[in-house]
Design a protein. Structure first.
Length: 620
């Protein structure tokens, strides 16, 4: 395959298809609900009234990607690169958004922050999630620290889990199996298994949902050095969610999760060469929490709280055990004035603990306020501020100003222009301050400033295009230099362009495409492609049968002085699903990397070649 094939072809195709879409509007009978977004304001707002470019991965999108992982699905969105998502299932994941690193991407589960304080960047491990237990995902890029606190500098990924069914009892069984092979070893042995079962329902005022899932993957090595050796990955998780509606005004949900992952990993020899070893990595997560809401006229009082505990163990010639836990409380009041002013005032408290030679702790106690103004003449304003009160670094005020203006062209169409100026504050992680490898307790906190401007055009429910420019400035960037952590002395500037197209050019044909250009002004961006694009064509052959063909282009990436360049690559994937027996049974299958492209996702580690999977879902 010609590796020079690039994303600009996607854009040309997308633009031509969008022009065709405008000619086909009158013949299109597909009905779509008006899209509502939440994460950028915490209120349910029409997309046209949002001043951000929000990526919404809906329930339907998730159902049409069964058999994939959460990281694979998110990696197909604009401006995001999840390094390691195309490798062995046990591979560490690096999440890069708008030139930022793990520490600048905040993950929420059901609206509350999650993260492992013992991780170098305090990030959350996407391998702990199961796509079958997720209802939807919203992604906003740019600084969102006003609403969500430290770490929300380049993106917020808000994951909403599935809720109880409205019936008294409903069970869903999902199972899939497939190959797990590299480009050079196309043996087509069955080596990857995924299974899950969920039972849920509603009994008067009581709701319940329990789920169990497991995964087992074999077939490929972690390291390229010995592709005959197989590194096994296994995971199982249990989820429980119980709710009770005490009255029309007050409701309460309590939930719990336990996930255990086990990975065979490869390590380094005395010359720091990556070789086959019998090393292992085990990771356990236990999480419990509650979500309560008291509704009153025009508003509600919400209290969310969670406790998480993480236990990570590396078994090797240099073994280590890392334990951590955190407590999070987010209490806020929402109030709406005359359906024009949406206000939220809250207090976010976080305590992070990690165990090194001794227990280390820091806390955040952050009051915050945000308001949204939605006018009847097109002007919308989203603005707010937060006072970060960090136990190690004192107080830092951050803010967000996000105006937009919408011109309605018809009932469903509009043209919107928007912009934002946002700041964020990121404290060094506990391992960077007190850990076992090069800690520096004198590190300064990182400060980010993000500026963006863009426009969105929507024509009925059949065509939408969004484009924006962003510039993000980092100050006191934390770097690993000569065996320890230091703050960069110079500011770092990241700039880029993002374009997204969503269209229905024909009644049964859907098209989504995106392109992202990301560039550091001062230096090369490590592991971040300057150009990245995705294209997906979906076709409903009937009410019960759907198929999609997707394409992803990833440009050259800089690694380091030893591996100066990772070459660009292109991947094609196919997915097919069919519902039968009145939608009681769904059959699905897919082929990833159809052309068996030879590429490197992570230097020194095996990347997946052509792989096939089959599965079914049974609903009772």
């Amino acid at each position: 395959m010609n590796k020079k094939l690039n994303v600009f072809g996607i854009l040309c195709f997308g633009i031509s298809m969008s022009g065709f879409a405008q000619q086909q509007i009158d013949s299109t009978n597909v009905e779509q609900l008006e899209e509502v977004v939440i994460t950028d304001s915490r209120f349910k707002l029409k997309r046209e009234n949002s001043g951000k470019s929000v990526i919404k991965i809906s329930k339907i999108d998730i159902e049409r990607n069964q058999g994939r992982t959460v990281s694979e699905l998110i990696n197909a969105q604009s401006g995001i690169e999840i390094n390691g998502s195309r490798s062995n299932a046990g591979q560490n994941l690096g999440v890069y958004a708008r030139g930022g690193r793990n520490r600048q991407v905040l993950v929420l589960i059901d609206g509350i922050q999650v993260g492992d304080p013992s991780q170098l960047s305090g990030e959350y491990d996407f391998r702990l999630l199961n796509l079958n237990q997720i209802e939807s995902i919203e992604i906003i890029k740019g600084a969102a620290s006003t609403l969500y606190g430290s770490g929300a500098a380049s993106a917020v990924i808000n994951i909403t889990t599935k809720k109880a069914e409205t019936k008294k009892v409903r069970a869903v069984f999902t199972s899939s199996f497939g190959t797990n092979q590299s480009e050079s070893d196309q043996n087509y042995n069955i080596a990857d298994f995924n299974n899950s079962v969920a039972v849920s329902g509603t009994l008067n005022k009581f709701t319940y949902r329990t789920a169990f899932s497991n995964q087992f993957s074999d077939g490929i090595s972690a390291a390229i050095s010995d592709t005959n050796e197989k590194d096994v990955y296994s995971k199982y998780s249990v989820d429980v969610n119980l709710g009770y509606t005490f009255s029309k005004a007050f409701s309460l949900n309590v939930y719990g999760n336990f996930t255990d992952t086990n990975s065979d990993i490869d390590g380094y020899d005395s010359n720091f060469n990556l070789v086959d070893t019998s090393d292992e990595f085990n990771n356990e997560q236990a999480r419990v929490g509650l979500a309560s809401k008291y509704k009153y006229r025009n508003g509600s009082v919400n209290i969310n709280a969670a406790f998480s505990e993480y236990d990570r163990e590396f078994i090797s010639d240099f073994p280590s055990t890392l334990k951590s836990k955190n407590y999070i409380v987010d209490a806020y009041n929402k109030y709406v004035f005359d359906k024009m002013f949406y206000t939220i005032v809250g207090l976010n408290v976080i305590e992070n603990k990690a165990y090194f030679s001794k227990e280390e702790t820091f806390t955040n106690v952050d009051p915050y306020a945000n308001f949204v103004y939605v006018s009847d003449f097109g002007l919308n304003i989203n603005a707010g501020g937060r006072l970060n009160n960090h136990s190690e670094y004192g107080s830092h005020f951050i803010y967000n100003l996000n105006p937009s203006f919408t011109i309605k062209s018809n009932v469903d169409g509009y043209t919107k222009v928007f912009g934002s100026f946002s700041t964020s504050f990121i404290a060094p992680s506990l391992p960077q301050l007190f850990g076992s490898f090069g800690p520096n307790p004198d590190l300064e906190p990182e400060e980010n400033r993000t500026l963006e401007a863009g426009a969105e055009f929507k024509l009925n429910n059949n065509f939408r295009i969004t484009g924006l420019f962003f510039n993000r400035e980092e100050k006191n960037t934390v770097l690993w230099v000569n065996g320890g952590y230091l703050n960069a002395t110079d500011k770092l500037n990241v700039r880029g362009i993002e374009v997204e197209v969503k269209a229905t050019p024909l009644e049964k044909l859907s098209l989504t495409a995106n392109y992202a250009f990301t560039e550091y002004k001062e230096s090369l961006a490590r592991r971040i492609p300057k150009h990245k694009g995705n294209l997906q064509l979906g076709y409903d052959f009937s009410k019960t049968t759907f198929a999609s063909l997707s394409y992803q282009y990833t440009h050259d990436r800089f690694e380091n002085s030893f591996v100066p360049l990772l070459e660009s690559f292109s991947l094609f994937n196919l997915y097919v699903s069919h519902n039968t027996l009145k939608n009681k049974i769904k059959l699905f299958g897919g082929i990833d990397n159809i052309l068996n492209e030879d590429y490197q996702d992570v230097p020194g580690y095996v990347s997946k070649g052509r792989n096939v999977r089959l599965g079914f879902q049974l609903t009772l």
